[in-house]
Design a binder for this molecule. Sequence first.
Ligand SMILES: *[C@@H]1O[C@H](CO)[C@@H](O)[C@H](O)[C@H]1NC(C)=O
Ligand SMILES: *[C@@H]1O[C@H](CO)[C@@H](O)[C@H](O)[C@H]1NC(C)=O
Ligand SMILES: *[C@@H]1O[C@H](CO)[C@@H](O)[C@H](O)[C@H]1NC(C)=O
Ligand SMILES: *[C@@H]1O[C@H](CO)[C@@H](O)[C@H](O)[C@H]1NC(C)=O
Ligand SMILES: *[C@@H]1O[C@H](CO)[C@@H](O)[C@H](O)[C@H]1NC(C)=O
Ligand SMILES: *[C@@H]1O[C@H](CO)[C@@H](O)[C@H](O)[C@H]1NC(C)=O
Length: 650
Amino acid sequence: MAATSLASRLFSLLLTFIVLGALFVETNAKADANLVRLLGGQAVNLWRLEAAREAKQATTLEFGRPQDISQAPLSHEHEETAAGEELRRIRGHWFRQPLDHFSNSSRTFRQRYWVNTRHYRPNTSAPVIVLDGGETSGEDRLPFLDTGIVEILAKATGGVGVVLEHRYYGRSIPVSNLSTDSLRFLNNDQSAADSANFMRNVKFPGIEEDLTAPNTPWIYYGGSYAGARAAHMKVLYPDIVYGAIASSGVTHATLENWEYMDIIRRAADPKCSTHLEKSIRTIDTLLAIPRVGRRLKALFGLANLQHDEDFVSLIESPLGAWQAKNWDPEVGSTEFDKFCEALDEPLRGHEADGLTYDEDAQLVSLPNGLSIDLSVFNYAKYIKENVVSQCPEEFGVEDCFGTFDDAKFQETDLSNTWRLWVFQVCTEWGYFSTAPPLDQPRIVSKLLTVEYESMICRQAFPPGEHFTVPAMPNVTAVNVLGDFGITADRLAIIDGEVDPWRSCTPHSEYAEEREDTVLRPFKLIPNGVHHYDEYGLHNITEEPPEILKIHEEMISFVTEWLKDWEAPTSQQRRPNTNARSKIRWAVLLVWTDINLSRSRHGCVLIQRTPIIVGRRKKMSSPDLCVRFCRIQPTGLRPVVKAILDFNGSM
Ligand SMILES: *[C@@H]1O[C@H](CO)[C@@H](O)[C@H](O)[C@H]1NC(C)=O
Ligand SMILES: *[C@@H]1O[C@H](CO)[C@@H](O)[C@H](O)[C@H]1NC(C)=O
Ligand SMILES: *[C@@H]1O[C@H](CO)[C@@H](O)[C@H](O)[C@H]1NC(C)=O
Ligand SMILES: *[C@@H]1O[C@H](CO)[C@@H](O)[C@H](O)[C@H]1NC(C)=O
Ligand SMILES: *[C@@H]1O[C@H](CO)[C@@H](O)[C@H](O)[C@H]1NC(C)=O
Ligand SMILES: *[C@@H]1O[C@H](CO)[C@@H](O)[C@H](O)[C@H]1NC(C)=O
């Protein structure tokens, strides 16, 4: 009892200095943000330690005034150029949104966005290229407005570049705390409706021309979670989203995402994977033996960490660095490679430590009687020096790395930004990073189960008055929108060959093969990790060949799409200029459950995607349409409202 209260007092002390530090988290803790997307409760521990470390480092900075990077140079390359001067002046703007789009009396909040008009050619039907900020502050996405994909496409099309911050993230925060009730408007339906409302009504400061959708072609781009959102926007709002690009778009939501680590196992240097597999086998075996487990944990500096699950989830954390790799050394992390090198270190200075080493067997014998593989010894050393060392001396390892104390996750003030993505995971997306089935090779412990990884959902979000987090996330809410098969004309799917999220994208091994066409691009970047195409150099010809290639392809299909664009008012007057040899049909489907009074917004989809069919295929039966549209909201029936050929009208 006494020990618990001491621990929780120490922990709240830790929290105090973290709260101060949180002002700086938004722009600094990027590697951590990857972990929050991955590792459940343990990631929250690591997020806090990182935040505390940043806070300590930032003591020379003024508290109470977070740095506003929207007014800082976006990249050093531009400091001397006129364009750099222009971007330095770029400021966030605000768009008013209802907090609840599906009620007629909702209060509103301000959603932040940034605009780049550097390449804008007025009155030329130039597009708006909008980048969805996804699950982080929009400020983190600003570089893409300067040298990344938004800049590249805006330059190629004479368009306007926009970064749109996601509700609840960055400063687009509609609530005063992050309690379960306050978070209930953070969901897919509401955030999709935000984007649609923005596209239909935004009036960009300083621009006279009406650039709203559908009067202007909008190209909707997103990477990762925002990539799934880009695809969703294309099928939910085909009337206003002219084109969309889903990069590493995780359109398949799942409870158990064991494939994540398995992709890393298969893609990493085989030597490194072998070390990891061997280590994990040893670790799982030793943990199961009473008293030996504690000696093993001691080697990692974690003897006093009570729960083996916390131990194995902590030692899993270096693997999260794979996702932070990037082709651009300016932004990429090399941590994964360093970790692999550390596992492969020869044993040095062991005699002084009282160790004996059997070189042939690569077996290290410790003074405490344990004999382990050299890779486990190296693994322990790495964790002790790089992870455990982050725990301040005045705290025990249980304070820093334990996840079983519910009180740790119940602070709801706004500084706890980790709660946002975790809430989305717990309600709709899942993605609990678990061990693979037991008969498969693995580089993470078998103790990593859904029960353990989802514990944080119950700890952090007790039932509120207006909302209860479901026992398990309702991944159907995501998958009903198309899942692996999501498809539409002018929806591009771009993924990375060795992206750990690949198994949740349309390039998953579970997904059906597709053709890559101009109308429905389907591209895999060789050796690509996570949304590699989102990043770019100012001079794209200096990019690595695979990145330059994808950028050129993207420019090419987007400009092709734009050639087909016709403003809605002139649609009837213009002749059909479509040169493709196939007949194009537009099918208007309404999804309904007959009892129209029961259909709520978001359940009735109007699907107006033009569908290409061969001449011999008949389009008379609704079933056929269903197969082509691939979207079948459960419990709802498609009703064909109209079938019109490309030249015809309703
Ligand atoms: C707005 O909502 C209220 C309560 O739900 C309802 O009584 C009212 O009829 C609605 N008004 C409109 C214009 O839909
Ligand atoms: C664009 O068109 C509008 C409306 O026709 C006109 O008022 C405006 O001057 C034009 N802008 C430019 C830069 O040509
Ligand atoms: C969170 O904010 C809501 C609305 O402002 C308020 O009613 C509630 O008491 C707050 N909860 C906590 C735990 O601060
Ligand atoms: C899950 O989401 C789907 C699609 O939105 C919905 O139809 C279903 O009722 C939800 N299930 C639960 C248990 O809430
Ligand atoms: C871009 O880089 C290429 C290759 O280094 C170089 O030839 C070209 O001049 C550069 N273009 C600009 C505008 O700097
Ligand atoms: C239709 O929905 C309303 C409202 O939920 C319900 O009262 C009514 O019984 C339903 N009718 C049928 C035929 O299901």
